[in-house]
Design a protein around this ligand. Structure first.
Ligand SMILES: [Zn+2]
Length: 407
């Protein structure tokens, strides 16, 4: 086999590398190399010299090739200057001093550890131990360990269940403009949020959130007159939940056949009626005829959706008045499920109206971030360490730009 082919095969594409010897066993490949003799500037007096002092072998592990571990035995040359100084030759990033693994290996293992489901998996893939990978990960993601000095003008906050050593629920703070996480707080308690926002939220003017009164109070107390925007998916849910509660309540008296299709019916009920095809329309019509409350609940839902769509498209300029008209409709119909839902709407009216004043701002992208986080959580064992969990979430969203996907 030509020497340079071996060199290329193990990914050491450096024209200065000379292959001295190699052996390939069952699971291990040994490569013996040295670099070409070259004039080097003495680090002490800058005189250029290629006078050889001696050689020392530096053995290190490199990336696996075809499931075989690769050990590189690098015959490292030392030069001796006439000034008395002796020094190592430059190896162009092949391996750092005293390292047991090549530079390329470190880089690849780091990328892998950020996106892979677990450190154990990365360790296996790269022929090392999990603690070694964790140390590498911790050292190289150190940049994420310091929270940002100040938050941007608009932020989105949401909770998620991380189950770390610091608590069950964590709070994510994200940037709606870049659609990236900014930080993860160790819990979702009011005190934690307040302290964080007081320290770093001087520039924050708007906060997007779901309908959590804890979040609202914390944000209002920590910031100076923030504009709070209720996320439209989260507040609309209350109307759809009410519709579903009515369905579940009345269908208890239905025949088994009508009850059994409940879940499928629910999907159709939730769809905007003008988006149903003829067959679906007739299913809905028959279903609604089974109980007057169903018909009423459906009418309210459709009225809500019409109100929502028109205001989202900014076709009307009376969000508040038309919302009050909707409340009136609900009051007239007297379904307890919807009376309760508009109670929530009333408590969040200003924030809900803000969602239509700033129709481009929503929390939807945070859902995507949280879904990725769930994958990390599900596939990794022993993710109790909060700071590592946090670094992993933040780092993952930065390496996305490199478009690398691993296992
Ligand atoms: Zn010198």
């Amino acid at each position: 086999m030509p020497d340079h082919f071996i060199i290329q095969l193990i990914g050491l594409e450096n024209k200065n590398i000379q292959l001295l010897d190699y052996s390939i066993e069952n699971h291990i490949c040994h490569i013996h190399i040295q670099l070409k003799r070259k004039k080097h500037a003495c680090p002490s007096c800058k005189t250029r010299t290629d006078r050889i002092k001696d050689y020392r072998t530096h053995t290190f592990q490199h990336l696996k090739v075809a499931e075989k571990r690769v050990y590189v035995h690098y015959r490292k040359r030392r030069y001796a200057c006439s000034c008395g100084k002796s020094f190592d030759e430059k190896n162009q990033g092949l391996v750092a001093r005293y390292q047991r693994f090549s530079t390329l290996w470190h880089q690849a293992a780091l990328f892998h550890s950020i996106s892979a489901p677990s450190f154990t998996y990365t360790a296996k893939t790269f022929g090392t131990t999990a603690p070694k990978i964790m140390r590498l990960f911790d050292a190289r993601t150190e940049a994420f360990s310091t929270p940002p000095v100040s938050l941007p003008k608009v932020i989105a906050i949401d909770e998620f269940k991380g189950d770390t050593d610091k608590g069950k629920f964590q709070l994510i703070i994200a940037d709606p403009m870049t659609r990236r996480p900014i930080d993860i707080l160790e819990n979702r308690r009011a005190k934690t949020i307040q302290r964080y926002l007081r320290e770093r939220g001087h520039q924050v003017e708007m906060v997007i959130m779901d309908l959590s009164s804890t979040f609202k109070n914390a944000v209002q107390q920590a910031l100076d007159k923030p504009v709070i925007i209720a996320d439209s998916f989260h507040f609309s849910r209350y109307i759809y939940w009410a519709l579903n509660k009515v369905r579940v309540r009345v269908q208890q008296r239905f025949s088994e056949k009508d009850r059994k299709h409940g879940k499928r019916i629910q999907k159709l009920l939730f769809k905007r009626s003008h988006k149903l095809d003829t067959a679906q329309k007739s299913i809905i019509r028959r279903y609604l005829s089974l109980h007057p409350d169903l018909q009423t609940a459906y009418t309210i839902k459709e009225a809500y959706q019409a109100w929502f769509d028109a205001n989202k498209a900014q076709e009307r300029h009376d969000v508040r008045q038309s919302l009050h008209d909707f409340y009136q409709l609900v009051q007239d119909k007297q379904l307890p499920e919807f009376i309760k839902a508009i109670g929530t709407f009333r408590r969040w009216e200003t924030e809900i109206i803000n969602a239509f004043i700033y129709p481009h701002l929503s929390n939807g992208f945070v859902e995507g971030i949280n879904n990725r986080t769930k994958v990390i959580k599900r596939t990794s064992y022993g993710y109790q360490n909060f700071s590592r969990f946090r670094a992993k979430i933040l780092a993952q969203h930065f390496i996305k730009d490199f478009d690398i996907s691993v296992g």
